[in-house]
Ligand binder design. Structure first.
Ligand code: SF4
Length: 170
């Protein structure tokens, strides 16, 4: 199986979400990926296409890579900085390193917040990323869907209706 940046991002939020995503249970109308994609496409920096490249590494796509400065750019519509975004970009840096591109960095842009977050992959982070990948494989290969996390953290999740529908019927 191919672990992509989306797996890493979801894994850092909720193991159940990772499992649902892997098993192709999609909540189309609220899909965060669709929303994020259209946000990026419609509102953000059309000029970036000239400098940045979309690259595919080990089956994982990096949308905006600047090969001149070796910077992975990631745009998030979120109104708060999240550690899952950092993990996603660290995974991209890991893939670059694995494919012979050393010393790349990441830059997460939060247009809503007018903030940026620099991301690096230190030597000690490499084994961490490898441990995430192994754990994701364990989770998604299990027949058991993981338990829900704390409800207060679920409000903005696209699987909210799926996870809590039964509760509302009762
Ligand atoms: S609604 Fe909550 S428990 Fe369900 S997948 Fe999303 S974050 Fe996980």
């Amino acid at each position: 199986m191919t672990i992509t940046g989306t797996y890493i991002k979801y894994y850092k939020v909720c193991h159940r979400k990772t499992w649902l995503f892997h098993h192709k249970i999609e909540m189309e109308h609220t899909s965060e990926l669709v929303a994020e994609g259209s946000f990026i496409g419609e509102k953000s920096y059309p000029q970036r296409a000239e400098r940045y490249r979309e690259i595919l590494l080990d089956g994982s796509r990096i949308d905006f890579y600047d090969p001149y400065d070796k910077v992975v750019h990631e745009i998030k519509k979120s109104d708060k900085l999240e550690h899952s975004h950092v993990a996603q970009v660290q995974f991209y840096l890991y893939l670059l390193r694995k494919n012979g591109i050393e010393g790349a960095t990441g830059l997460i842009e939060y247009p809503k917040l007018r903030q940026t977050q620099t991301v690096r992959l230190e030597e000690e982070d490499v084994s961490l990323v490898e441990a995430w990948v192994q754990d994701i494989e364990r989770i998604v290969n299990s027949e058991q869907c993981p338990e829900r996390i704390t409800k207060s953290k679920c409000r903005s999740c696209s699987y909210f209706d799926f996870c809590y529908a039964a509760e509302e019927v009762l």
